[in-house]
Design a protein around this ligand. Structure first.
Ligand code: MG
Length: 171
């Protein structure tokens, strides 16, 4: 059960996730979280670096879908300029949004990675739904109120994994 909180991979940021490397592994799609994964939770628009990252994926024929627990306004305003599909009010870690996203990308789960900054929603949800999961370091240390409780639980789980030698990174 606790292993469902363990990501398959851990990187500093999305910019460590390269289109070429994904392609070599047969990955054709990405499901990514928005807040504190792509930009800070209180930043409205994609940065030039994020725009370039999306372009890099597009050039390599890697489809990207944003799935976020945040509301329609937030997710639409961010995603529309990128021309990328999205699911808002996704209720991660429930599997429904993950399944919807993969279906709409017309890909197999084995061809899609899930990226996010939270163990309790992104990693647990992605693992439970049967995806390869990549945890990123949150862009900022602050969080929306609703996330602060999750972070406390997350810390306990991370400390447990660390004590068991299951993770090696520092946060
Ligand atoms: Mg997030």
């Amino acid at each position: 059960m606790l292993n469902k909180f363990l990501p398959n991979q851990h990187v500093k940021s999305i910019f460590d996730i390269k289109a070429e490397e994904l392609k070599e592994r047969g990955i054709k799609g990405i499901i990514t979280d928005l807040d504190n994964t792509l930009v800070a939770w209180d930043v409205k628009d994609a940065t030039p670096e994020v725009i370039a990252w999306f372009e890099q994926m597009k050039k390599s024929d890697i489809k990207v879908t944003i799935i976020s627990n945040n509301n329609q306004d937030r997710v639409k305003v961010f995603s529309d300029p990128l021309g990328t599909p999205y699911v808002y009010s996704a209720r991660k870690p429930l599997r429904r949004a993950f399944n919807k996203a993969v279906k709409e990308m017309n890909l197999d789960k084995s061809e899609v990675v899930v990226i996010g900054d939270q163990l309790l929603t992104d990693v647990f949800g992605g693992n439970s739904a049967g995806f390869y999961t990549i945890l990123v370091v949150p862009i900022v240390q602050s969080d929306a109120k609703i996330t602060q409780f999750n972070r406390r639980i997350e810390r306990i789980i991370l400390n447990y994994f660390r004590s068991k030698g299951k993770i090696s990174w520092e946060d």
